[in-house]
Ligand binder design. Structure first.
Ligand code: MG
Ligand code: MG
Length: 256
């Protein structure tokens, strides 16, 4: 179902989004060789819980056991934080975080370089970030979800990479996943129409190699089928008449 949010609901989602953004910054400051993904998850869970009315969206969502998704290198999304997964120099780490504040969700993801990473990994992260920017630029009232997917896909394929097709962005609000689906591929002027007050998560997942993925035996971790690196960047936005407002941003004055 596609829902239109009131200004008051958007305000709450922006407050949730601020916590998400600050959580990702916190994780980014601690993500270095030698730390486990479970330690990062502990930091995130404690930080989110320190805000009255806030909880991690992911914990318990479809029975997911942790507060963050942490996906390393060839892992695309939905990696489960673990004491056994210790970050190494040269890894790339995708961190996905959702926060529910007073019943409304916000969702954002980023991919971090752990120490010095290869030129190829750096380029993948750059292109995926640019693909998100292109998708954001197409997210405005009277455009359609196909315009977003097309914009993302153009950037990614021009760089010689591929978008994951089986996993998509989504509407978000009182439910973490609402309509419409927001694929990272598509045709201009196709799909659901965007209208003022819709809130959606735009989230390109980009593979250096082929677009194919599969899910590991833990039933969660999604990896690239060919073992190549994958990156993931995501923001939650509210659609406005002349563009959108990103809700998952930290206030400018966030202390380092
Ligand atoms: Mg997410
Ligand atoms: Mg999402």
């Amino acid at each position: 179902m596609i829902t239109i949010k009131s200004p008051r609901e958007v305000e709450t989602m922006a407050a949730a989004g601020q916590i998400v953004a600050e959580t990702l910054l916190l994780v980014g400051r601690h993500a270095r060789p030698g730390i486990s993904t479970a330690e990062l998850d502990d930091l995130a869970e404690e930080f989110i819980g320190s805000h009255p009315g806030a909880r991690p969206s992911f914990k318990g969502l479809y029975d997911f056991p942790k507060s963050l998704c942490t996906s390393i290198n060839n892992e695309v999304v939905h990696g489960i934080p673990s004491r056994e997964r210790v970050l190494e120099e040269g890894d790339i780490l995708s961190v996905d975080c959702g926060v529910c504040l007073d019943g409304l969700h916000a969702d954002s993801a980023t991919t971090l370089a752990i120490g010095n990473v290869s030129d190829e990994a750096q380029r993948l992260m750059l292109i995926t970030r640019e693909a998100l920017e292109a998708g954001l630029a197409a997210a405005k009232a009277d455009n359609r979800v196909g315009d977003i997917g097309y914009a993302v896909q153009q950037v990614v394929e021009a760089a010689g990479f591929n978008v994951v097709r089986e996993l998509v962005g989504h509407g978000i609000g009182t439910s973490f996943h609402e309509g419409p689906q927001v694929p990272n591929y598509g045709k201009p002027k196709r799909g659901a129409r965007l209208t003022k007050g819709m809130t959606i998560a735009i989230e390109p997942m980009v593979n250096i190699g082929g677009p194919e993925i599969h899910t590991l035996g833990d039933k969660w971790t999604v990896v690239t089928r060919d073992g190549t690196l994958s990156a993931h960047f995501e923001h939650t936005v509210v659609i406005l008449d002349d563009g959108n407002q990103i809700l998952t941003v930290a206030p400018a004055a966030t202390p380092a």
